[in-house]
Design a binder for this molecule. Structure first.
Ligand code: NDP
Length: 289
């Protein structure tokens, strides 16, 4: 028999996780604060527990996916004794410090603990593009990785329970400005006789894909130092950037999304990095404002 799995939380993500465990043949017990959520799981064979404690008692592997850290703490703290001897996998988004504190709480109650960062939206769960970052107990990961694979490809990023969250939020921090930049670009053309779909397919995606291809070189420069003169030096970029802000104003678009980049480039130049490439921004940002 496959490992029984308990899923606490049937929001959009918890429901997708439960569905994936059921699809992979795991006996799956579910609980949600508001009863009756995600009725479609019943037909797939989910067992509905009347209480969170009853759900936890159903098996050795407890996956929790609630709104945030405070919700998790409020839900789990009364269940400490029920969780003892089981493995808790927290897939709720939380800060590294919160994951570490939850790990400490779990250890104090004899609960094996993994924190996870879900790199997917609900519709991708169970599919080939989804992956989930895990950190914390190596033994728990080794024991349950093959079960957790039902939800998404598991990637273990370290014993420190904060590492999954650090990786997760770092990846999101790169994603949001990119998508915000795309929204800014679409706003720039929105009053024009340009199809957003055609523009995106023909130009935006190929352009951003080509630029993403430059990231490994940037990381390499950062790790080993530049291996030649900058192809696109920061002085040149800072000099021209105001035109992007001017264009936004001309098109009646709020430049809030791109304006901080102009300030950052100007700062890099004023601090003597004008002849360097974008990798020079990394230590600058690390140094704080
Ligand atoms: P939803 O808003 O759909 O669901 C929230 C869940 O939290 C519900 O089960 C809700 O129960 C429960 N909840 C809220 N407050 C409490 C409380 N005080 N006590 C007990 N339960 C509570 O969120 P998602 O499912 O989308 O997200 C869940 C987690 O997954 C979040 O941390 C999110 O960051 C993370 N995540 C989500 C992704 C997504 O695309 N959806 C992507 C990656 C991570 P009730 O039904 O009773 O309100």
């Amino acid at each position: 028999m496959k490992t029984p799995v308990t899923v606490l939380g049937l929001g959009a993500m918890g429901t997708a996780l439960a569905r994936a465990f059921l699809a992979a043949g795991h006996p799956t017990t579910v609980w949600n604060r508001t009863p009756g959520r995600s009725r479609e799981l019943d037909a797939l064979g989910a067992v509905r527990a009347a209480s969170a404690a009853e759900a936890v008692a159903a098996g050795p592997l407890v996956v929790v996916c609630l709104l945030d850290d405070s919700t998790v703490r409020a839900t789990l703290e009364p269940l400490a004794a029920d969780l003892t001897g089981r493995t808790l996998v927290n897939l709720t988004s939380s800060l590294p410090s919160q994951a570490r504190a939850l790990a400490e709480w779990a250890a104090g109650h004899g609960v094996d603990f993994l924190d996870g960062g879900i790199m997917a939206v609900p519709v991708l769960i169970g599919g080939p593009q989804a992956f989930i970052l895990y950190s914390g107990s190596t033994a728990a990961f080794e024991q349950y990785a093959s079960d957790l694979k039902a939800a998404a490809r598991p990637a273990y990023v370290g014993k420190d329970p904060g590492m999954a969250s650090l990786h997760d939020f770092t990846l999101l921090s790169a994603m949001y400005p990119m998508l915000g930049g795309a929204a800014h670009a679409l706003a720039l053309i929105s009053g024009e006789d340009i199809s957003p779909t055609a523009f995106t397919d023909d130009y935006l995606v190929p352009w951003l894909s080509a630029m993403l291809g430059q990231l490994p070189a940037m990381a390499k420069d950062l790790e080993h130092g530049p291996d030649g003169p900058a192809g696109s030096n920061l002085a040149m970029q800072a000099n021209g950037f105001h035109e992007l802000v001017d264009l936004a104003v001309e098109q009646g678009v709020d430049p809030a999304m791109i304006a901080p980049m102009e300030k950052l480039l100007q700062r890099a130049v004023s601090e003597g990095h004008g002849d360097e490439d974008l990798a020079a921004l990394v230590p600058l940002l690390r140094g704080g404002a």
